[in-house]
Design a protein around this ligand. Structure first.
Ligand SMILES: NC(=O)c1ccc[n+]([C@@H]2O[C@H](COP(=O)([O-])OP(=O)(O)OC[C@H]3O[C@@H](n4cnc5c(N)ncnc54)[C@H](O)[C@@H]3O)[C@@H](O)[C@H]2O)c1
Length: 79
């Protein structure tokens, strides 16, 4: 399975990108500063992605999101 990281997916452009990538068969790791995904994003990611609350400007959060994506890849999907 193809994997991608999408930042800012709780908002307009990021959400649209996430929708398109899922339609194209990607498993997503999403990073956003919003504490939790809005319902439409939670539905979109259900079984097809994972959501992390974090700040793209923070190196530790960037490392965390990359590690989570690698973990999902190792698991063969689909965290
Ligand atoms: N909407 C437009 O027409 C347009 C046009 C050109 C450029 N832009 C730029 O593109 C970007 C996204 O636009 P949008 O309309 O989707 O905005 P939006 O506010 O709807 O979404 C932005 C998302 O990014 C998240 N976010 C903000 N800072 C973050 C950080 N440090 N780490 C992780 N997540 C963070 C927010 O929580 C939000 O979910 C903005 O920078 C905007 O200025 C937008």
């Amino acid at each position: 399975m193809k994997h991608a990281i999408v930042t800012g997916a709780a908002g307009g452009i990021g959400f649209a990108v996430a929708e398109k990538l899922i339609e194209d068969g990607f498993f997503l790791t999403v990073l956003d500063v919003a504490a939790s995904p809005r319902p439409e994003l939670a539905d979109l990611l259900n079984g097809r992605g994972q959501y992390l609350c974090g700040n793209l400007a923070d190196a530790a959060d960037r490392a965390r999101v990359v590690a989570r994506r690698r973990g999902a890849q190792r698991a063969g999907r689909s965290a």
